[in-house]
Design a protein around this ligand. Structure first.
Ligand code: PRP
Ligand code: URA
Length: 209
């Protein structure tokens, strides 16, 4: 079973509460998505392997640590995942970015793929898939399926709000993929929206409604 981490850091909780408020503007919403993604990235990368190297400081030779192993790729699920990319790149500027375009059919709630562009060496990278909302889990599981088809074998999923239904689906279909969220909400409503949630993340980021 994959690990579920729910971030309880006060800064993350406070920022998420402001995002949930329907009176928060698109500008502030966008800034908050990015800030929370940056804070979460700090923890999601905690288990990156380190190696010891020798350098010379101005004072003496020293054995120090640097990140070793595979490089990173951030994979946002379009559109709303785009809002999380800049915050993550602030902490891991060397990461490459792959894009998956998926939208949820409003009637069937099934994910429809419309775009995909990955770095050439994606199979050799640790992949962090980002999307603010994990609702039915259809989009996230489809995105993980794509990444596995590309040969990726080290994948994490980072979202802001998860519904129990979406978490369960990802854990059942991809037990090797750890999930990181800032809040586990109560349930989905009849339209597949997370309750209480924050509404349509893409619309709120891009001001399309
Ligand atoms: C939202 C969200 C996720 C998906 C979650 O995207 O950003 O990708 O819904 O729902 P699911 O877990 O039930 O699949 P949406 O389809 O609204 O597209 P958008 O980002 O372009 O607005
Ligand atoms: N997608 C969203 O943007 N919000 C939800 O609550 C569910 C899916």
């Amino acid at each position: 079973m994959s690990k579920l981490t729910v971030f309880d850091h006060p800064l993350i909780q406070h920022k998420l509460s402001v995002m949930r408020d329907k009176n928060t503007s698109s500008k502030e919403f966008r800034e908050l998505v990015s800030e929370i993604a940056e804070l979460m990235c700090y923890e999601v990368t905690r288990d990156l392997p380190l190696e010891e190297i020798e350098i010379e400081t101005p004072v003496a030779k020293a054995k120090v640590k640097r990140i070793a192993g595979k490089k990173l790729a951030i994979v946002p699920i379009l559109r709303a995942g785009l809002g999380m990319v800049d915050g993550m790149l602030t902490l891991i500027p060397g990461a490459k970015v792959g894009h998956i375009g998926l939208y949820r059919d409003p009637d069937t709630l099934q994910p429809v793929k419309y775009y995909c562009k990955m770095p050439n060496d994606i199979a050799e990278r640790y992949v962090i898939i980002v999307d603010p909302m994990l609702a039915t889990g259809g989009s996230a599981t489809a995105a993980i399926d794509f990444m596995k088809e590309y040969g990726c074998d080290h994948i994490k999923l980072m979202c802001l709000i998860g519904a129990p239904e979406g978490v369960k689906k990802v854990q059942e279909e991809h037990p090797d993929v750890d999930i990181y969220i800032a809040a586990l909400d109560d349930h989905l409503n009849e339209h597949g929206y997370i309750v209480p949630g924050l509404g349509d993340a893409g619309d709120r980021i891009f001001g399309t409604k």
